[in-house]
Design a protein around this ligand. Structure first.
Ligand SMILES: Nc1ncnc2c1ncn2[C@@H]1O[C@H](COP(=O)(O)OP(=O)(O)OP(=O)(O)O)[C@@H](O)[C@H]1O
Length: 808
């Protein structure tokens, strides 16, 4: 609202126009509120135009070509408008996103939500990709509103987000990042929150996210509307209690339906023994070059290997891959590329199984059996979305058939068996073996893929489906092009602990190598050709090279550097695998010095020259010499910053009243100390007390910041109310209006006078955060500007530009 001094200069007819406009706005809002109060919850709604919608939402929906409501929308939106808690379950691709976004926009609109009211709605999504997708839909249908909306999914600096977070009305976020802000961003308040939405709620409520979500809930006000949506919803009482749901409306489109999956989806399974999977997949890809396919695998390493190896075989269609360990920017680019592609194959882990809305996917292939029927449903849901047709094929090893079909039947999933025509089968086994022989890095990826597959089967809970002992692992390894199955030892929790205390190297190199499996294998493989031996030696070489990077001179494990180009994900996961499984290796002649090297560093003579030829030493002041035995370590030691960690830390001193320096914590007399009781107990107590002190200080700091902010906000609101009131009484004097005015959705302009009065800078109209395009030309008239359809996010750059526009 403009200050009075400026207003005084405006012409009387302009004044009257504004008053009338406001009056009309007031009236239509009152009418809208009344319509919602009168809504008949039993009468089904067919079209969006039949709903009591605000003008901006109605326009946004029309501009996005949404006319009729889907089942879940028609059954959930009415209840949500009335502020009820909702448990929504509906098939994949049935339009759940709008079922919560429309109520968010409408409920906040009817509450006259402004920037000053802070966060009004929070949507939690289990993955970044899904959060981005929800955000895009929100941008489309909310483009005529003036709410500010933000996407909080990590990947940007926390600081950058923190600065803008306090001004957001609607946030779409992933749980981890949200919690980080709730804990660390002082300016971020949630005490006004009206609506909480959990998309893919069963995933968000499951064990993986449990702690994070519980902690988020602790930060939110209890009095709020909560909505849970998923294709596979549970009614677990415990979960509902955790979320403080109040008499939720259970809107399940499944219960009435004969099947849990869309009727336009054709579902098949084929019995493919594990060693034939890759051949069958290859044959499938080759005979569907004009299709768009998503292939699901059980781990990122599987995805990586299948993608890399099939890519080298040049199938004649573009291949893409997506898994959780890729960088966020890369993931977004791939999602965009696949969305836009007409024909392509996307190899993916379950990171895309939930919620992602790729247009026009023809096939979903599940190369690895999903962990349960719910995951199956989410995976196949990437095709046959919103009344389109789609096909899905599940590959099952004979040992998995019985158990998994039972699960699917239980969940009302109709699926039929098909056979693969043998004349269409092409084998890639020999080509893969050739490629692995020539390219150690590819073979390394294959080994990791093998291990991670076995691991994924081993950890499955459903032992009726996943029977590791029945899998032909040796043949499976050969089908991946490997010269032999990397030998894997399962380590129970206790062993792993013990192994940490022992020398890792010793554990691996000890007599274990003569284990029964190996003996058995030797017996089985009686005839070994020269080629076999050559192949094996090459295999050992790669492992040996990598292995030498895995261990330090003293035999302990270090962070690894994977073979060149093998990809960062391998580095990251090397330790993770070692924790659970260990790859036993055979030693080639050239490996002998490995043991020797380790022995030399184990010896007490630290000055002894290590045997490896490239080893150098660096001497730091007052420190033991540091060995440079790899390029990586050499690089590390060249960096001054990194070297700091080898140097001692500075000491913090405090001064007493006489100016004498003391250490922060000074040693006290031992006797006095011991007299106070058990040493360990004292240490525990001290640590607890210090931790508590820090926690308290954090809470106090945060509270002080919040209080300051709250006060500022209150002051600002009071001032605006007073201004509006004054203006109104003046108008009443002139025109006789009887309503109290409000200032909804329009934040007053940045007039110099009023700005100088404010305690903190506020966004001007130009800076105002809203759904409008951030980079639109500000000189254009507003009405024209707001007509522009939102640009779709194509690259991470776009997203960042968008986020910075929306967030600030
Ligand atoms: N009322 C509607 N009219 C036309 N198309 C719609 C409507 N509602 C949703 N859609 C379209 O249907 C597709 C699926 O919608 P959405 O992603 O919301 O499904 P979902 O139920 O959330 O699926 P999933 O369970 O897989 O997350 C989207 O492409 C969306 O644009």
């Amino acid at each position: 609202m403009a200050p009075r001094a400026v207003k005084g200069k405006s012409k009387p007819h302009q004044e009257n126009g504004r008053i009338l406009k406001r009056k009309r706005g007031e009236d239509s809002l009152a009418a809208l509120i009344k319509q919602v109060e009168d809504l008949d919850l039993k009468a089904p709604v067919k079209n969006f135009s039949d709903l009591p919608l605000s003008e901006p939402t109605a326009k946004g929906l029309a501009a996005s070509h949404f006319k009729t409501l889907t089942d879940i929308q028609s059954r959930a939106i009415n209840h949500a408008f009335k502020g009820r808690d909702i448990l929504g379950a509906a098939k994949t691709g049935s339009g759940k996103t709008l079922a919560f976004l429309v109520p968010i926009l409408e409920n906040l609109y009817r509450k006259k939500w402004t920037e000053l009211d802070g966060l009004g709605a929070l949507v939690l999504s289990p993955t970044r990709e899904l959060a981005i997708q929800i955000f895009e839909v929100l941008r489309k249908i909310g483009r005529y509103h003036n709410f500010s909306a933000g996407l909080i999914i990590g990947g940007k600096s926390l600081r950058e987000e923190q600065d803008r977070l306090g001004r957001m009305n609607i946030l779409i976020c992933t749980p981890g990042r949200m919690l980080q802000h709730l804990d660390q961003t002082a300016m971020f308040e949630t005490n006004n929150l009206q609506m909480l939405v959990l998309d893919e709620a069963d995933r968000i409520m499951d064990m993986g996210f449990q702690k994070t979500v519980d902690a988020i809930i602790d930060h939110l006000p209890k009095q709020r509307q909560t909505m849970l949506f998923s294709a596979t919803q549970t009614k677990k009482v415990g979960d509902l209690a955790r979320l403080s749901l109040q008499e939720p409306e259970y809107v399940s489109v499944h219960e009435a339906a004969a099947s849990a999956t869309p009727s336009t989806l054709q579902q098949h399974y084929t019995i493919t023994p594990l060693p034939q999977k890759l051949d069958t997949l290859w044959s499938f890809i080759r005979s569907n070059l004009k299709s768009k396919t998503v292939v699901f695998l059980s781990s990122g390493k599987q995805v990586r290997y299948v993608y890399e190896s099939l890519r080298q075989l040049q199938p004649g269609i573009s291949l893409l891959h997506l898994h959780g360990r890729q960088k966020q920017g890369g993931r977004l680019d791939i999602t965009t590329k696949f969305s836009q592609a007409q024909h392509a194959v996307l190899f993916a882990t379950d990171v895309v199984a939930r919620g992602l809305d790729f247009p026009a996917v023809d096939w979903v292939i599940q190369l690895d059996c999903p962990e349960d029927a719910d995951t199956y449903i989410h995976r196949v849901g990437r095709t046959a979305r919103y009344e389109r047709v789609g096909r899905a094929v599940l590959f099952l090893d004979p040992s998995e058939e019985k158990g998994f079909l039972k699960q699917l039947e239980h969940k009302k999933v109709p699926i039929e068996k098909i056979n693969i025509k043998s004349n269409k089968q092409q084998s890639v086994k020999n080509q893969l073996q050739n490629m692995c022989f020539k390219d150690p890095e590819l073979k390394y990826l294959g080994q990791k893929a093998f291990i991670s597959y076995v691991k994924s089967i081993y950890v499955q809970k459903d032992k009726e489906t996943f029977k590791i002992k029945e899998l032909p692992l040796e043949e499976y390894a050969a089908s991946l092009g490997l010269p032999g199955a990397p030998r894997i030892k399962f380590i129970k929790g206790d062993d792993a602990k013990e192994r940490k205390n022992e020398s890792w190297r010793m554990a691996q190199m000890s007599g274990d190598d003569d284990s029964e499996t190996e003996k058995k294998k030797k017996d089985e493989k009686e005839v070994r050709t020269r080629y076999d031996r050559m192949f094996e030696r090459r295999n050992q070489g790669v492992l040996a090279e990598h292995y030498s990077k895995l261990i330090n001179d003293d035999g302990t494990m270090v962070a690894t550097s994977a073979p060149k180009d093998a990809g960062a994900d391998i580095d990251d996961e090397a330790d993770e695998d070692a924790d659970f499984l260990s790859v036993k290796r055979r030693f080639a002649a050239g490996d002998a010095d490995l043991g020797g090297k380790s022995d030399s560093s184990d010896s007490e003579d630290s000055d002894a020259e290590p045997k490896t030829k490239d080893v150098k030493m660096v001497h730091l002041d007052g420190q033991d010499p540091l060995l440079i035995d790899s390029k990586r370590r050499e690089k590390l030691l060249k960096s001054k910053k990194k070297l700091l960690k080898f140097k001692g830390r500075g000491t913090k001193l405090v001064y007493d009243e006489e100016g004498n320096p003391h250490e922060v914590y000074e040693m006290e007399d031992e006797e006095t100390f011991r007299a106070r009781g058990d040493v360990d107990a004292q240490r525990e107590k001290f640590l607890e007390a210090e931790a508590e002190r820090t926690r308290q200080a954090d809470i106090e700091d945060k509270e002080v910041m919040r209080e300051k902010r709250r006060e500022k906000k209150e002051k600002r609101k009071a001032r605006e109310r007073a201004e509006a009131l004054a203006e109104m009484s003046e108008e009443e004097g002139e025109g006789g209006l009887s309503h109290l005015p409000h200032v909804p959705f329009e934040i007053p302009g940045s007039d110099a006078d009023s700005a100088s009065e404010r305690d903190e800078p506020r966004p001007s109209k130009k800076q105002r955060v809203s759904f409008a395009e951030p980079d639109s030309d500000d000189d254009e008239p507003k009405s024209k500007k707001s007509q522009a359809p939102p640009k779709s996010i194509e690259t991470l750059g776009d997203l960042e530009a968008l986020a910075s526009g929306l967030l600030g």
